[in-house]
Ligand binder design. Structure first.
Ligand code: NOJ
Length: 586
């Protein structure tokens, strides 16, 4: 059973847990409509149990117009018919619990869908009882509203900047203005994401109570916690000041006024009191927090404050950005070590880290920081998994990462589905960039890379569906798939299984302190974890060349047995290309 022994020994049970993220649309389709669903997940639970994970996090399955694949929710208390019914959900939850695992829901409450009844009512006009549930503002005096009206192709994308009539100059995360003018009243509403994702106004206590009520509803149904979408954006500076214009930016950077805004800690403490405090269940809360600083993260995750258990920070997955995420710059290993090392130290005494390479918004890690060619795909994927999992924190595995799934070979913009990628493409091409170069950026960084269907086997649709998959399946499923990986003891899958088992059995990997070694080395990643009389050494090569082991490491660790490796018998003096090794000394 996954929940006994060490893992439940202390109240913070999630410190020794491993979480697996499911993107339901792309996981397993049970009814042949080409879109994954809840019954499909239920049918695959034994695979996840065998992998050894403790918690499943489901990306949103609520009713939604699917403008942002479910991150635009129109009803918080039901299941989208695409994915099934509440009865299917209850069956899934019971089956997860029977296997000793837990289930965490995605909670998207920075914004709703524009089709949510709250927004429909809010939109009725300035006197609507729910007007103040969202951020409505009149047009800026003297501005030009052309291109920002209802039904315009892309809200505000052509006429932002100082001449715009939008209430301020903020850009949205999905390109274009963060404001949409509404035909009914002529006023504008704020949407940090798509125009179909209006931001809720958390200043209004009724909004907060409505959110807490829906959270209690799911906990009462038996779910084990929440992954909270962009939860550090819920408090905005109510003055909504213009942001600074950077470079050739069309829009101002509003982030200082909404990232970790003035009341965010107050709101999360209130949420904790109203939703979680006093519940006997063992729950997990993780806040997704773009732009969060270490200082804020320490406050968010200090158990004494009662906010969230851990946060997703983004520093390490932004180190290879150029001017934007679509502008690809090579990673410098020393930057990665400096960043992850700083978070390890910063949350050592107070708070807790979550550890991830991948999720539904990130390109595949083996294609990004590893080598996804035939020679080194398995070696580099297992190296990356080893380095990540043995840091201090709770590791997250994104579906297919345990198979070493790779980025997808999108042939043209017609193959691209994601709203963020399409918005970026339109804006960049309109601004005069070469479409072929823009597409290269999307190939490297687009979110669809993570969303191609799960590769279960070598059959025509990879065992994902009997129908036509909603997004093309990666042609490499004929060799990279779960059936092949489960049958091969040297696969990425079995390496992840061993990593997870190691965390479950070794207190030093859960509680041990962290010391970075070789901080200035551009090729080797090395650190120790120490707890009571046990010390682990993790040594990994982030390149495709053999690298000599520094002399003092050879001497110091000569007699320590190898507990996990990915490249066969070790050579004490040389780390092979993409090799990772883990030694244990008592
Ligand atoms: C973060 C989610 O991970 C992403 O997929 C989504 O588009 C935005 N938040 C908006 O909800």
């Amino acid at each position: 059973m996954a929940l006994d022994g060490l893992r439940d020994a202390d109240d913070a049970w999630w410190k020794s847990a491993v979480v697996y993220q499911i993107y339901p649309r792309s996981f397993a389709d049970s009814n042949g409509d080409g879109i994954g669903d809840l019954a499909g997940i239920t049918a695959r639970l034994d695979y996840l149990m065998e992998l050894g994970v403790d918690v499943l996090w489901l990306s949103p399955v609520y009713p939604s117009p699917q403008d942002d694949n479910g991150y635009d929710i129109s009803d918080y208390r039901d299941i989208d018919p695409l994915f099934g019914t509440l009865a299917d959900f209850d069956r899934l939850l019971a089956s997860v619990h029977e296997r000793g695992m837990r289930l965490v829901m995605d909670l998207v409450v920075n914004h709703t869908s524009d089709e949510h009844p709250w927004f429909r009512e809010s939109r009725e006009g300035p006197n609507s009882a729910k007007r103040d549930w969202y951020w409505w503002r009149p047009a800026r005096k003297g501005g030009d509203a052309a291109g920002e009206g209802e039904g315009s192709e892309s809200a505000g994308s052509e006429s932002a900047g100082s001449e715009s009539a939008a209430p301020n100059n903020w850009g949205s995360f999905f390109s274009g203005s963060a404001w949409q003018q509404d035909g009914a009243s002529g006023e504008y509403y704020l949407h940090l994401f798509s125009p179909k994702q209006p931001d809720l106004n958390w200043e209004n206590p009724q909004v907060r109570q409505a959110v807490y009520a829906l959270m209690r509803w799911w906990l009462d149904r038996g779910v084990d916690g929440f992954r909270m979408d962009v939860i550090n954006l819920i408090s905005k500076d109510p003055d909504l000041p213009d942001g600074a214009l950077h470079g050739d930016g069309l829009y101002g950077d509003g982030s200082p006024y909404y990232i970790c805004g003035p009341r965010v800690h107050e709101y999360l403490r209130e949420m904790h009191r109203e939703v979680f405090a006093g519940r006997p269940e063992r729950l997990l809360t993780v806040g997704e927090m773009p732009g969060v600083t270490l200082e804020h993260a320490r406050l968010f995750t200090d158990p004494a404050r009662g906010e969230v258990d851990m946060v997703f920070q983004f520093e390490h997955v932004g180190l290879d950005f150029g001017r934007s995420k679509f502008d690809v710059r090579p990673l410098r290993l020393t930057d990665l070590k400096a960043s992850l090392g700083r978070w390890q130290t910063g949350l050592a005494e107070v708070g807790w880290n979550s550890l991830y390479w991948n999720n539904h918004d990130q390109p595949r890690i083996v294609s990004r920081f590893g080598d996804d060619g035939p020679e080194y795909r398995v070696r580099s994927a297992t190296m990356l998994g080893t380095v990540l999992h043995l840091h201090r924190g709770t590791p997250y595995v994104y579906q297919g990462e345990e198979l070493g799934m790779t980025n997808a070979p999108f042939a043209s913009i017609e193959d691209v589905h994601d709203i963020e990628a399409l918005g970026h493409y339109t804006q960049a091409v309109r601004a005069g960039e070469d479409p072929a170069r823009v597409l290269d950026g999307l190939r490297a960084r687009g979110r669809d890379n993570a969303r191609t269907p799960m590769q279960w086997d070598a059959s025509e649709h990879a065992g994902f569906t009997t129908g036509i998959p909603w997004l093309p399946i990666n042609p490499n499923h004929t060799t990279i798939n779960a059936a092949a990986a489960v049958a091969d003891p040297e696969s990425v899958y079995h390496h992840y299984r061993r990593l997870i088992a190691l965390r479950h059995s070794e207190p030093a990997l859960v509680h041990g302190d962290f010391t970075m070694l070789l901080a200035d080395d551009e090729r080797l990643y090395a650190f120790t974890r120490r707890y009571r009389d046990t010390t682990f050494l993790v040594l990994a090569n982030f390149t495709g060349e053999a690298v000599p082991v520094p002399v003092d490491l050879v001497a110091e660790w000569a007699d320590a047995p190898l507990v996990l490796g990915n490249a066969g018998p070790i050579d004490a003096k040389v780390v092979r290309p993409w090799e990772a090794r883990v030694h244990r000394r008592v």
